[in-house]
Design a protein around this ligand. Structure first.
Ligand code: IVH
Length: 675
């Protein structure tokens, strides 16, 4: 429908919200959009413009609010679940499910019953509370009794209705489901993380729960979570059975899987299992089993609960996919920090759709525990993990006289005798400055995107630069020239120029990233940032004593020792001198335009609500500029609550209960003397 001349702004806004909600539903729940992205964006822009013109008509439930904002708060508020979130009893075989069916029948005194078969989605469970057709709260499972309030993040999930459509919903109800990260979004996220040298998520479940706990809801929105719903709770549900209630929920806008089926006999249940055991592999999201539930709510009530789970439902877990293949040999690989990782090289075998040729054995203890012998037949599993894992040995097939796999005693790359850190499982090569893969690995890390960001040098080039002798350590990078690079194999003028530009640009990378780029053992990105900010420049860092280092937040004796050891080494000292000469930033650049005071020194402040004079982020920055500390959750340690408009009632109550002073915007500005 196009806007009519006679439509009031209020009517136009209501119409646009309805239309956009419907299109979101078509797109995200039904997977069948009626309009294209562009048309959708135009409607959204129209609504945004109208809402901007008429702020009095703004509504936090408007589809324009789904984009996500930077919450910035650390930690989430916790609430008690209205009904505890129990788990399900697990079974691993069809006969166990058949037993469950028989137990239910007995429990019901021989009554017949219908079973609902559903997919068990492998994500993270969520409880949503709706009041008067609106989403008011989203809570994670937590410990089953209380969970974290993650409403803002959940609101970014486009397939979750903020306002219900249709009719017949109870005034107050709870709906539970699983938040999932579809395979495609999961792969994309991990590819990005690999590119940024961030740790990968082992499976979509971890990725979904990690994302849900992210502090930045714009980031949550970007990652593409989805949600399937499977349980409706409340006083006045429309039907007396689970299946019809779920179909009603679907008509209100929830994504309820069409796999959900009513089954009427053990035979139908068994067929359902056999079908989905295979067919689930084609689904766009990860699943780890099936769930069977007694359909009638009356019968559910009669069967009741054990302390941990309902007697009216059971989960059937799919067997982890496993293959048996022969070990060709174990290779030993040397990482950037000198750690030796044993890797099993296998006869290629097909597992969950991919061919597996290698699987890490992690460390010597694992080789011993599994008792791996040369050419053994090994079990490889994927289960919920993406990375294949060796889980056992078929000893019956062991070759006569096969020797146990021995861990190497010398570095496979440079021949140096390996050492083991007391109390740790890993062996390492101590020849830090002469072992080629360690040096190439450090160069590769140094040029990485989150470090010096020198475009054009990847793993292969780092090895090539090492082997040709051009870059034998990080200091050598700044002696490279276009001519030297062009003399190498595979280098054309363009690629040489790209690297030279990257090298030039890297000279303005902030000092904290330089510290991270140095590959100081135990100094990751966060520690590097803390170090750089507290010491200020490289000389102070190089000369810091053990005590001075340990006085820095989060730096313990082990990290401090490692930093001292690093800077005591003449090779590192010389590299640093060369970086300095090259003009790399070796000190924090202070922004002198910002006024800094200690008016809020020692105060932990929780900021909440919306403000008039500055944004929440600006206020957070002001708190830090004046020596205060931001915190996201109210506790005994909070000194002040800085409250704007619409501060959540739970936070307000908590602050009052703990007797923490609450100040408003004007009072805050007075405190920092900005008024
Ligand atoms: S019903 C009281 N149905 O599995 C029963 N759970 O082990 C409530 N899950 O915490 C759960 N798919 O996170 C139910 N179709 C489904 C499910 C499902 C996945 C998860 C859920 C729950 C866990 C139980």
């Amino acid at each position: 429908m196009s806007p009519s001349l006679f439509e009031s702004p209020q009517e136009a806004i209501a119409r646009l919200r309805d239309e956009l909600n419907r299109h979101n539903y078509n797109y995200y729940v039904l997977n069948s959009p009626e309009i294209g992205d562009r048309e959708f964006d135009e409607l959204m822009k129209e609504l945004e413009a109208l809402e901007k013109e008429h702020p009095e008509l703004d509504d936090p439930y408007s589809p324009t609010h789904r984009v996500g904002s930077d919450l910035g708060a650390k930690g989430f508020e916790q609430v008690n679940h209205i009904h505890p979130m129990l788990s399900l009893a697990n079974t691993y075989s069809i006969s166990d499910v058949d037993d469950f069916m028989r137990r239910v029948r007995e429990g019901l005194g021989g009554e017949t019953f219908t079973t609902v078969g559903e997919m068990k989605y492998d994500g993270t469970s969520i409880s949503l509370i709706y009041e008067h057709g609106r989403l008011v709260r989203a809570v994670t499972r937590g410990d089953g009794i209380h969970g974290d309030v993650v409403t803002d993040n959940v609101k970014t999930i486009k397939s979750i209705p903020l306002v219900l459509s249709g009719s017949g919903w109870p005034d107050e109800f709870e709906i539970r489901g699983e938040i999932v990260l579809p395979w495609k979004a999961f792969e994309k996220l991990n590819a990005e993380r690999a590119f940024n040298e961030e740790p990968l998520f082992a499976n979509p479940r971890n990725a979904a729960s990690g994302t849900l706990k992210t502090q930045n809801s714009a980031e949550v929105a970007r990652r593409g979570l989805d949600a399937y719903f499977y349980y409706l709770l409340g006083e006045n549900l429309p039907y007396d059975n689970h299946y019809d209630n779920m179909m009603a929920a679907r008509s209100w806008g929830f994504k309820v899987s069409d796999i959900m089926t009513c089954l009427h006999s053990i035979e139908e249940v068994d067929n359902f299992i056999n079908h989905w055991d295979v067919a689930r592999k084609e689904l766009p999201v990860a699943t780890d089993g099936l769930v069977f539930k007694v359909n009638s709510l009356r019968q559910q009530l009669n069967l009741g609960f054990t302390a941990k789970s309902p007697r009216w439902a059971i989960a059937y877990k799919f067997p982890a996919e496993r293959a048996l293949t022969r070990l060709r040999y174990v290779s030993f690989e040397v990482g950037r920090m000198g750690i030796i990782t044993p890797v099993s090289n296998l006869e290629p075998v097909l597992l969950s759709g991919t061919i597996v040729k290698r699987a890490s054995l992690h460390n010597e203890d694992i080789i011993r525990q599994l008792d791996i012998h040369e050419h053994d037949m090994l079990y490889v599993e994927k289960g919920g993990e993406i990375i294949p894992k060796i889980t056992g040995v078929d000893k019956a097939q062991r070759e006569a006289g096969a020797k146990a796999v021995e861990f190497v005693t010398e570095c496979p790359a440079c021949g140096t005798e390996l050492e083991r850190v007391e109390g740790e499982a890993a062996w390492f090569c101590p020849n830090k400055y002469g072992c080629p893969p360690q040096i190439a690995g450090r160069v590769e890390h140094f040029v990485g995107r989150r470090m010096m960001n020198i475009d054009g040098i990847g793993e292969e080039t780092a090895v090539q630069l090492y082997e040709t002798g051009l870059v034998r350590d990080i200091g050598d990078i700044y002696d490279l020239t276009k001519e030297k690079l062009m003399a190498l194999d595979r280098f054309a003028e363009k690629s040489a120029e790209r690297i030279m530009k990257g090298i030039e640009d890297s000279k303005s990378v902030p000092f904290e990233r330089v510290v991270y780029a140095l590959s100081i053992p135990y100094v990751g990105e966060t520690v590097a940032r803390k170090l750089a900010r507290s010491v200020g420049d490289i000389d102070a860092l190089m000369n810091a004593s053990q005590e001075e280092l340990e006085a820095i937040d989060d730096i313990g004796p082990r990290i401090a020792e490692s930093i001292r050891g690093y800077f005591a080494n003449p090779v590192n000292q010389s590299n640093i001198a060369r970086l300095k000469t090259a003009g790399v930033q070796m000190a924090i650049v202070k922004d002198d335009s910002i006024e800094r005071t200690d008016r809020l020194a020692g105060k932990t402040i929780v900021i909440s609500g919306t403000f008039t004079h500055h944004s929440r982020d600006e206020y957070k920055a002001l708190i830090e500029q004046h020596g205060g500390k931001n915190s996201g959750s109210i506790s005994k340690k909070t000194d002040l609550v800085f409250a704007g408009e619409n501060m959540g009632p739970a936070k307000l109550e908590k602050a009052q209960a703990l007797g923490i002073p609450i100040i408003n915007e004007d009072e805050f500005l007075k405190m920092i003397e900005a008024l």
